[in-house]
Design a protein. Structure first.
Length: 73
């Protein structure tokens, strides 16, 4: 489990590094594709099966969204 977590952290770091060198056009295309994927996922009725790695990263996302929810401009 520790190996998979380290792999996930390394993968996110490399994605962030690759994102910095991409052009704005490519970033816009990626946003369009992600919005399309999100629209498809919202139409699905069945919930996805979460793995241990998914469960370990979910509390951070929830904590971050709770911490910033009351501070909207």
């Amino acid at each position: 489990m520790l190996v998979s977590f380290c792999y996930l952290v390394l993968r996110r770091f490399l994605q962030l590094a690759a994102l910095r060198v991409r052009s704005n056009g490519f970033k816009e295309l990626e946003i369009v594709v992600l919005r399309h994927e999100l629209a498809i996922l919202r139409r699905q009725r069945q919930r996805p099966v979460l793995t241990a790695v998914d469960r370990s990263s979910s509390p951070r996302r929830v904590g971050a969204s709770i911490g910033t929810a009351g501070h909207r401009s």
